[in-house]
Design a protein. Structure first.
Length: 118
Protein backbone atom coordinates (compact mmCIF):
# COMPACT_ATOMS: atom_id res chain seq x y z
CA UNK A 1 0.00 0.00 0.00
CA UNK A 2 1.35 3.38 -0.98
CA UNK A 3 1.35 5.79 1.95
CA UNK A 4 0.07 9.32 1.37
CA UNK A 5 0.84 12.06 3.86
CA UNK A 6 -0.66 15.53 3.56
CA UNK A 7 0.81 18.63 5.16
CA UNK A 8 0.57 22.40 4.99
CA UNK A 9 -2.89 23.04 6.37
CA UNK A 10 -3.59 25.82 8.80
CA UNK A 11 -5.63 28.87 9.74
CA UNK A 12 -5.55 31.78 7.31
CA UNK A 13 -7.64 34.81 6.49
CA UNK A 14 -9.82 35.25 3.45
CA UNK A 15 -7.73 36.42 0.52
CA UNK A 16 -4.58 34.71 1.77
CA UNK A 17 -2.66 31.93 0.07
CA UNK A 18 -1.68 28.48 1.32
CA UNK A 19 0.14 25.54 -0.22
CA UNK A 20 -0.69 21.95 0.64
CA UNK A 21 1.67 19.07 -0.03
CA UNK A 22 1.01 15.36 -0.43
CA UNK A 23 3.97 13.03 -0.15
CA UNK A 24 3.69 9.54 -1.64
CA UNK A 25 5.92 6.77 -0.29
CA UNK A 26 6.44 5.58 -3.86
CA UNK A 27 4.85 5.68 -7.27
CA UNK A 28 3.35 2.60 -8.84
CA UNK A 29 0.78 1.75 -11.49
CA UNK A 30 -1.83 2.18 -8.77
CA UNK A 31 -0.92 5.85 -8.29
CA UNK A 32 -1.21 6.93 -11.92
CA UNK A 33 -3.42 9.88 -11.09
CA UNK A 34 -3.34 11.83 -7.87
CA UNK A 35 -6.04 14.19 -6.67
CA UNK A 36 -7.05 16.53 -3.92
CA UNK A 37 -10.50 16.26 -2.39
CA UNK A 38 -12.01 18.20 0.48
CA UNK A 39 -14.78 17.73 2.99
CA UNK A 40 -16.38 20.56 4.89
CA UNK A 41 -18.36 19.96 8.09
CA UNK A 42 -21.76 18.52 7.32
CA UNK A 43 -21.03 18.20 3.62
CA UNK A 44 -20.02 15.41 1.30
CA UNK A 45 -16.47 15.05 0.15
CA UNK A 46 -15.89 16.85 -3.11
CA UNK A 47 -13.27 16.77 -5.82
CA UNK A 48 -10.87 19.72 -5.97
CA UNK A 49 -8.16 18.97 -8.53
CA UNK A 50 -6.18 16.12 -10.05
CA UNK A 51 -3.04 15.52 -12.08
CA UNK A 52 -0.95 12.69 -13.44
CA UNK A 53 2.65 12.34 -12.37
CA UNK A 54 4.12 13.67 -15.60
CA UNK A 55 2.41 16.98 -14.83
CA UNK A 56 -0.26 16.68 -17.46
CA UNK A 57 -3.91 15.87 -17.37
CA UNK A 58 -4.87 18.52 -14.83
CA UNK A 59 -8.50 18.90 -13.83
CA UNK A 60 -10.10 21.40 -11.47
CA UNK A 61 -13.46 21.85 -9.85
CA UNK A 62 -15.24 24.95 -11.12
CA UNK A 63 -15.23 26.38 -7.60
CA UNK A 64 -11.42 26.55 -7.51
CA UNK A 65 -10.52 27.09 -11.16
CA UNK A 66 -8.28 30.12 -11.53
CA UNK A 67 -7.44 30.20 -7.81
CA UNK A 68 -5.87 26.78 -7.15
CA UNK A 69 -2.98 25.15 -8.99
CA UNK A 70 -1.97 21.50 -8.71
CA UNK A 71 1.57 20.43 -9.57
CA UNK A 72 3.95 17.50 -9.15
CA UNK A 73 7.55 17.13 -8.05
CA UNK A 74 8.59 13.76 -9.38
CA UNK A 75 11.98 13.87 -7.71
CA UNK A 76 10.31 14.10 -4.31
CA UNK A 77 7.14 12.12 -5.11
CA UNK A 78 5.05 15.04 -3.93
CA UNK A 79 1.99 16.81 -5.25
CA UNK A 80 1.31 20.38 -4.25
CA UNK A 81 -1.92 22.33 -4.20
CA UNK A 82 -1.26 26.06 -4.35
CA UNK A 83 -4.36 27.85 -3.10
CA UNK A 84 -4.70 31.57 -3.74
CA UNK A 85 -7.43 34.09 -2.90
CA UNK A 86 -8.85 31.73 -0.33
CA UNK A 87 -12.49 32.09 0.65
CA UNK A 88 -14.30 31.08 3.82
CA UNK A 89 -16.08 28.41 1.81
CA UNK A 90 -12.72 26.74 1.15
CA UNK A 91 -12.65 25.70 4.80
CA UNK A 92 -12.47 21.90 4.90
CA UNK A 93 -10.29 18.90 5.56
CA UNK A 94 -8.23 18.36 2.43
CA UNK A 95 -7.28 14.84 1.38
CA UNK A 96 -5.04 13.53 -1.33
CA UNK A 97 -5.88 10.29 -3.06
CA UNK A 98 -4.55 8.14 -5.88
CA UNK A 99 -6.01 5.84 -8.47
CA UNK A 100 -4.74 3.72 -11.33
CA UNK A 101 -5.23 4.81 -14.93
CA UNK A 102 -8.57 3.02 -14.95
CA UNK A 103 -10.51 2.78 -11.74
CA UNK A 104 -11.58 4.71 -8.68
CA UNK A 105 -9.58 6.61 -6.11
CA UNK A 106 -8.77 3.84 -3.68
CA UNK A 107 -5.88 5.11 -1.60
CA UNK A 108 -6.29 8.08 0.72
CA UNK A 109 -4.22 10.17 3.06
CA UNK A 110 -5.27 11.17 6.54
CA UNK A 111 -6.17 14.74 5.60
CA UNK A 112 -5.05 18.21 6.63
CA UNK A 113 -7.32 20.94 7.99
CA UNK A 114 -7.63 24.25 6.19
CA UNK A 115 -9.59 26.97 7.95
CA UNK A 116 -10.24 30.31 6.27
CA UNK A 117 -11.53 33.07 8.53
CA UNK A 118 -13.38 36.18 7.35
Amino acid sequence: QVQLVESGGGLVQAGDSLTLSCAASRRTESTYRIAWFRQAPGKQREFVASIIWNGGGTNYADSVKGRFTISTDNAKNTVALQMNRLKTEDTAVYYCATRPNVGDYDNWGQGTQVTVSS
